[in-house]
Design a protein around this ligand. Structure first.
Ligand code: HEM
Length: 133
């Protein structure tokens, strides 16, 4: 059974929540992009979603740094979190400039990166649980 000892400290939980929110919100961006192309309120939803993705990505970096400081995370996790955050301004500029030919593929790439980051966080949790068992 999962206990605090096997699932890690609060920073690990913070990291899982931040990456889950980031991944969910990038998916929601794809949904609101469909609405943006087909409904009058879609643009507003996509704009709000863009801000939430940004907030989640910043939380992700903060959580990855917190886990690292407590000696539980790899420097690569911080680098990947920062890399994701670093790509977002490009995504926003491409969206505002209507460069759809690059904005949509970069959105798909961001979703793929986020899913991988989430998979890594879950795998690390399983590894900690196995070590503690
Ligand atoms: C990942 C985070 C994302 C951010 C931060 C973001 C941000 C933006 C912004 C700021 C705009 C401009 C909206 C406006 O002009 O009012 C935009 C437009 C758009 N976005 Fe996104 N977006 C994201 C993901 C996606 C994804 C995943 C897709 C599709 C799979 C997508 C498809 C579109 C489309 C089709 C437009 C309209 C482009 C046009 O009007 O020519 N976006 N986005």
């Amino acid at each position: 059974m999962a206990t605090p000892a096997t699932t890690g400290h609060g920073a690990h939980m913070f990291l899982r929540v931040a990456v889950a929110l980031q991944t969910l919100m990038v998916f929601v961006q794809a949904v609101s992009a469909g609405l943006l192309l087909s409904a009058p309120y879609g643009e507003a939803l996509h704009g709000i979603g863009a801000r939430v993705v940004f907030a989640a990505a910043m939380l992700h970096v903060a959580a990855a740094v917190a886990v690292r400081r407590r000696g539980g995370g790899s420097p690569r996790a911080v680098l990947y979190a920062a890399g994701f955050l670093g790509l977002l301004p490009a995504q926003v500029v491409l969206g505002i400039a209507h460069v759809t030919a690059l904005h949509v593929p970069l959105g798909v790439l961001l979703f793929g990166m986020s899913v991988l980051q989430f998979a890594c966080v879950l795998a690390a949790r399983r590894a900690r649980a196995a070590t503690a068992a």
